[in-house]
Design a protein around this ligand. Structure first.
Ligand code: FES
Length: 382
């Protein structure tokens, strides 16, 4: 607020302190060259049925915001969010609704809160019409008189909005905003609610992938995806030409007749592995990583497909240079040097899966990766 054109006599500090808010309001207007054209009270007669109806309408929107916020919070925690294959009709139906339910409940909550606020300002805040001449106050800061009159304006606006005596609206707005706030705090934390150390050696823990045997001695085969989710096509060493690459997934005999498990193995995000058969000349140049000297089977090397930068699929293998390329940010990994990064933003090698050939002639994983795949997380050691 400016101190106006200076033609108005300035009150002393004592006079200012003795003024009522109403007087300060008028004084502020005069000093600023403000002319209030219209300042109607939206409810000149207090306590009418119409006023109460308007109050209840506003409270209703805040209540809807609170209910939708609570529904969002409940869905975030309790809705079945884990993947269910389409074969499991009931489970898949509820799983597929998870994201839409979160979107709808959060959207309704925000929308209802916004409508409540808009409705309140439309029905209860006086629509003041004032005209003011602007001035830059000659570059000087606000004087005491400006500060006092400005505060008086704010206080007057607060009082005229009648929010102070509308406890129904205050409570419902607090409830709506509070529940919505709770949901927005819970959203980023929800991923951490599951205990990541529970069953730390199981294939479903954060520390392992689907390549982890479910029990000691379980054989986990390398399986290709033929396009038919239920088909089991295992990989023999002679299936790949020198210089070829194939994407493989884990398969265990216990899942042969379990359609859901077969689908899940192909869809689980940390399962895909690039099986690369190096050309003999290239294989002779391989530099193995310490501790992983026996992870390959002859010319066959298996690396996770999940990029160590931010987790895109590194699906491109360039036979001439033996480079594995990630299309997301152009990281390149050297397949002859335990897939260590040689270009781009990735800083860690792709995790290598130890493989061998089973007595039945099919390629199998000797055990799970010895380090977490993909971007680093808190337990990564390399
Ligand atoms: S995710 Fe692979 S380079 Fe960024």
């Amino acid at each position: 607020m400016s101190s106006g054109n200076g033609s108005e006599p300035r009150p002393t500090d004592e006079e200012l302190s003795a003024m009522s808010r109403e007087e300060l309001l008028r004084l502020g207007g005069k000093l600023d060259g403000v002319e209030i054209v219209n300042y109607p009270d939206p409810w000149p007669v207090k306590g009418t049925k119409a006023e109460k109806r308007a109050e209840r309408a506003v409270a209703l929107w805040f209540l809807i915001a609170a209910l939708a916020g609570a529904a969002f919070f409940a869905a975030l925690i309790w809705w079945p969010w884990q993947f269910e294959p389409p074969g499991n009709q009931d489970g898949y139906f509820w799983y597929s609704l998870y994201t839409p339910v979160l979107g709808v409940t959060l959207g309704v909550s925000v929308l209802a809160l916004a409508i409540g606020v808009l409705l309140y300002s439309k029905r209860f805040i006086p629509a003041e019409l004032a005209v003011q001449q602007r001035t830059d106050n000659m570059g000087e800061g606000s004087a005491e008189v400006d500060r006092k009159t400005f505060v008086a304006h704010l206080a007057d606006a607060g009082e005229r909005s009648t929010i102070g005596r509308r406890s129904l609206i205050k409570r419902s707005a607090g409830l709506g905003a509070g529940v919505l706030g709770l949901g927005t705090v819970a959203l980023p934390l929800a991923g951490f609610i599951e205990n990541p150390w529970k069953d730390a050696n199981g294939k479903d823990s954060l520390a392992h992938t689907g390549w982890q045997p479910a029990f000691p001695g379980e054989v986990v085969y390398l399986r290709r995806h033929t396009g038919d989710f239920g088909e089991v096509s295992l990989v023999r060493p002679e299936d790949l030409d020198a210089g070829a690459m194939e994407t493989v997934y884990p398969f265990r005999e216990s899942e042969r007749d379990d359609h859901d498990a077969l689908v899940h193995a192909l869809k689980r995000s940390d399962n895909p592995v690039m099986l690369i058969r190096l050309r003999p000349d290239d294989a002779a140049k391989v530099v193995k990583r310490k501790g992983q000297e026996d992870f390959n089977y002859g010319d066959y090397y298996a690396y996770t497909k999940i990029c160590s930068h931010v987790g895109c699929p590194t699906s491109l293998y360039e036979q001439q240079t033996n480079r594995i390329l990630c299309p997301c940010h152009q990281s390149q990994f050297d397949a002859l040097q335990y897939a260590k990064p040689v270009f781009g933003p990735a800083t860690r090698a792709l995790a290598q899966l130890p493989i061998t050939v089973h007595s039945d002639g099919y390629l199998i994983a000797r055990h799970d990766f010895i380090e977490p795949i993909g971007p680093g997380f808190w337990e990564r050691k390399s």
